[in-house]
Design a protein around this ligand. Structure first.
Ligand code: ASP
Ligand code: MG
Length: 431
């Protein structure tokens, strides 16, 4: 069994979807699992729809109509003839969305998000499966919600590996081409959950783990794993071979090519992960496996924008030690804060946070009851893994005010005041 995962960019229009057929036919495997994301930027559009539905109540219909049109246009491109059955399914799914919008009584934003945004993946997988069948590539559509079993932590659900493995093995049997969705699962109440943005890689790894797959390939619009995001940096380098450990570190710091949770299930069973370009499928790309990395001499650069820097100290000048630190962490966890850097001194404790779930204001209110807190809301976090002297020179030339610095033997992390401008990064390696 091999597992292929195609992300949104590789299925952004009908022409790209046609390319998939070639890639699949070119591999000589009679047992394949295909995991697909939502098409193009559908997840963003769905998020926008959820925001309208929960906040402004404006333009909901028009937004939904646009998402529907995007999908029906793709169907029309894929099926010059005999498109009725595909169009019907699209209709059906949008009716379901409509029904949810009308009947839903829940107020929990995260719950609503998962019920709606997941339709992106359902739509894409059904359309692709139907298209494959229409060109003679027989495929079996599998509902990931009956395979990936999670808890109720909507928008960032935790997978129950035991139950999930069992369901996957039950659903996926025998030879052939199976198609399922990335990013989504369901909980014991049978509501849809999602695994976090860009979570389809993780889904591919979960399926691979359960099925003892030979390999996983993530098909992307870049050459492989690069030492910086090519959308912001020019002159990037390809990292050809990375060990699981190194890849986990890179993903942890936010290298956007791989979802951070993807590596653990693969590492457990020594399943190699390839990251390749769907535009140049015969090129080698990146291999992540148990073997040694070739990346130790290549600094990797990761920038995260819109982070929050909190400096917490006690009101009475007392030390910030065990009890207080544990109190701070319980509050961070209560408001679903993602902690990305920690630094402490005797009387102060600094953290960089990703306010992903919008709990910052409530957190601040609660923290301020006990502590003195200073907040810097729009900082960027710049990480260089395997930094060297040249990296330090590059950083200096950026000419940014550094609010906090953390250095270990392998990794340099800087918190930069104000969000760094994307255009300032572009010539980074040439300075
Ligand atoms: N469609 C989801 C997203 O865009 C999941 C994924 O692409 O991996 O975040
Ligand atoms: Mg996506």
């Amino acid at each position: 069994m091999i597992v292929y995962k195609f992300g949104g960019a590789s299925i952004k229009d009908y022409k790209s979807i046609k390319r998939l057929v070639k890639i699949i036919r070119n591999n000589n495997c009679d047992q394949m699992m295909l995991i697909v994301s939502a098409m193009g930027k559908t997840t963003n559009s769905m998020e926008d729809l959820v925001a309208s539905y929960t906040k402004s109540y404006k333009n909901i219909k028009a937004k939904l109509e646009l998402i529907k049109r995007f999908h029906t246009d793709i169907v029309k491109g894929l099926f010059p003839k005999n498109r009725l059955s595909a169009l019907k399914v699209v209709d059906l799914l949008f009716n379901e969305i409509d029904k949810f919008l009308k009947l839903n009584k829940e107020n929990d934003y995260n719950f609503i998000y998962d019920q709606l945004v997941s339709y992106g993946e359902i739509l894409s997988s059904i359309i692709i499966s139907k298209y494959f069948n229409s060109v003679g590539l027989k495929s079996k559509w599998v509902d990931a919600r009956s395979c990936i079993i999670t808890d109720e932590y909507y928008r960032d659900a935790n997978v129950d590996f035991e139950k999930t493995s069992k369901s996957i093995k039950r659903k996926i049997k025998g030879k052939g081409l199976f198609i399922s969705q990335g990013f989504i699962g369901s909980n014991k109440k049978s509501f849809t959950t999602t695994l976090g943005r860009e979570g389809s890689d993780y889904s591919a790894a979960i399926f691979a783990h359960a099925l003892n797959a030979e390999l996983v390939t993530i098909w992307k619009d870049v050459r492989g794993v690069l030492n910086a995001d090519p959308r912001y940096f020019n002159k990037t380098k390809l990292l050809k071979k990375i060990s699981y450990e190194e890849a986990i570190e890179l993903a942890f710091y936010g290298a956007s090519v791989i979802h951070p949770k993807t590596l653990q299930p693969l590492k457990k069973k020594n399943i190699p992960l390839y990251v390749k370009s769907f535009l140049r499928p015969s090129r080698e790309g990146t291999l992540i496996s148990k073997h040694d990395s070739t990346v130790r001499n290549i600094p990797s650069h990761i920038v995260k924008w819109n982070r929050v820097l909190l400096k917490i100290s006690s009101k009475d000048f007392s030390f910030i030690v065990e009890k207080k630190i544990s109190l701070i962490f319980s509050m961070l966890s209560k408001y679903k804060m993602k902690v990305e850097l920690i630094q402490n001194s005797a009387i102060s404790f600094s953290v960089v946070l990703n306010n992903k779930y919008g709990g910052l204001d409530k957190l601040l209110d609660e923290l301020k009851e006990t502590f003195k807190v200073s907040v810097d809301k729009e900082v960027s976090l710049f990480t260089i893994r395997h930094f060297n002297r040249i990296s330090l020179k590059h950083i200096k030339k950026l000419n940014q005010n550094i609010l906090l610095e953390q250095r270990t033997y392998k990794t340099l992390q800087l918190v930069l005041s104000k969000n760094i401008k994307q255009e300032n990064l572009f010539g980074f390696f040439e300075r």
